[in-house]
Design a protein around this ligand. Sequence first.
Ligand code: MN
Length: 197
Amino acid sequence: MAITLMNLPYEKDALEPYISANTLEFHHGKHHNAYVANTNKLIKGTNLENEDLEIIIKKSDGDDSRIAIFNNASQVWNHSFYWQCMKPNGGGSPTGPIAEKINADFGGYETFIEAFKAAGVTLFGSGWAWLILEDDKLKIIKTSNADTPIARGLKPLLTVDVWEHAYYLDYQNRRPDYLKSFVDKLINWNFVNSCLG
Ligand code: MN
């Protein structure tokens, strides 16, 4: 069964003015789509051809001969997760179980959000900032390029894509402004709560 490109969970212009339809046109329609096409091409004829995406990622992780499969498959997974981490009229303080967990593990929303934004700003080059759950504790981590926490059995709750293609059309070099929009206006806390549950 082929790996497929997930539909965006909202219209292409739904995140404007924070992320433009033009950005989503390229980011979902070209970049994410290319990772899907490349993954399908690369697994064809291998023993990963009929595996689920998460299995493909875990089985290619750390294998030098399968680094292209790992990179493309992980980028498929990371982007599908990232789209769900956003919604129109999102962002701001969370509610529900994640709000209590953030207070308990970070000492409050403001502390958490500053640390999350800092992770995104300081990731050198291309990659992702994540909120994950490890041993029932919330933790902020960064991964470079295509790397993904699920390769390591960690449980992702939230991610932001800090590859330049995620923000350059709207923010040019101003990655901190993109991260501010993401946390203040876009985070889908309902989705984060569903991942926690
Ligand atoms: Mn991306």
